[in-house]
Design a protein around this ligand. Structure first.
Ligand code: ADP
Length: 274
């Protein structure tokens, strides 16, 4: 609470009373803290891969003959290993920067009054699934899509594809090898529901409200190993809200997780008039 007081005097300089202004600055402070936390998180997230890159470059330089190092066959094999680690960390920074830029762009889009296109979802979902194909294949995870041809929604197709991709990619990423992921899209009244369901490890109830926060991860090590940035679900939430929709999650530990996106559907009128 911010308190400001001033004495009040009449024209004869006689004291009439005191004016006290109370200003509730809880929200301002909260926003300031959120900004500070975000900046701290960004710095930390960018610094982790940079520290690894720096460390391995230093080791390689020390191994160079000019610096008194000895170049043996063993060193060549080690170079290969270190370069692999450097590449992984550079890729991580590129993903992080891509995700941060995507979030910044989405935040700027907020509030603008856009006209979305009536867009069939089957192709859009298949495309998103296609981008996860390599990862799914590597883990022997099967991905099934159930979306009747006529199901269409009012969307920005590129953004909605990104949202579906992030959910499917997570489902594949966190599932055990050999399991399956299913995607169902269907009309529910005037709305469209897109569900992405896995039979992975599930998420404990205490974490569920926080997983849409930027950089929040249940298991940091696991997310990093899989190339996660901790921004995927924050991006999904922004995209869905931009579409006047909502996202819900249900999960049971050891049983699996189901994310449901609900967005306004496209009626026949939309399809005809575009
Ligand atoms: P990340 O890049 O770490 O995957 P996200 O924002 O996409 O970041 O997800 C946040 C966290 O939510 C993940 O780190 C993970 O702990 C959890 N999570 C997301 N999707 C799933 C899922 N399908 N199964 C289990 N945990 C999940």
């Amino acid at each position: 609470l911010n308190i400001h007081s001033t004495a009040l005097y009449d024209t004869q300089d006689k004291r009439m009373g005191t004016l006290i202004i109370f200003r509730d600055i809880t929200r301002i402070r909260l926003l300031e803290t959120m900004h500070k936390d975000f900046a701290a998180n960004v710095s930390h997230e960018l610094k982790t891969p940079l520290t690894a890159i720096k460390g391995f470059i230093e080791i390689i330089l020390e191994m160079m003959p000019d610096n008194g190092g000895t170049l043996s066959q063993d060193s060549v094999a080690q170079y290969g290993r270190f370069l692999g680690i450097i590449e992984k960390n550079v890729n991580r920074m590129v993903s992080l920067i891509d995700d941060l830029l995507a979030l910044a762009r989405l935040e700027r889009l907020k509030g603008t009054d856009v006209q979305f296109e009536a867009h069939p979802l089957a192709g859009l979902i298949q495309k998103a699934v296609g981008f996860c194909a390599d990862r799914a294949q590597a883990r022997s995870v099967t991905v099934d899509v159930h979306c009747p041809e006529g199901v269409a929604a009012m969307v920005d197709p590129t953004l909605m594809e990104q949202a579906v991709f992030n959910l499917v990619d997570n489902a594949v990423k966190y599932s055990s090898d050999g399991t399956s992921v299913s995607i169902h899209a269907e009309q529910k009244g005037h709305d469209i529901e897109i569900q992405v369901k896995d039979t992975g490890p599930g998420i404990d109830q205490e974490h569920l409200p926080k997983i849409f926060n930027r950089f929040y991860r249940v298991d940091k090590g696991r997310s990093r190993d899989q190339g996660g940035t901790g921004l995927g679900l924050a991006i999904v939430k922004h995209i869905v809200q931009y579409h006047n929709g909502r996202i819900e999650v249900e999960s049971r530990r050891g049983k699996g997780t189901c994310f449901t996106i609900t967005i306004p559907g496209a009626t026949e009128k939309h399809m005809v008039s575009g």
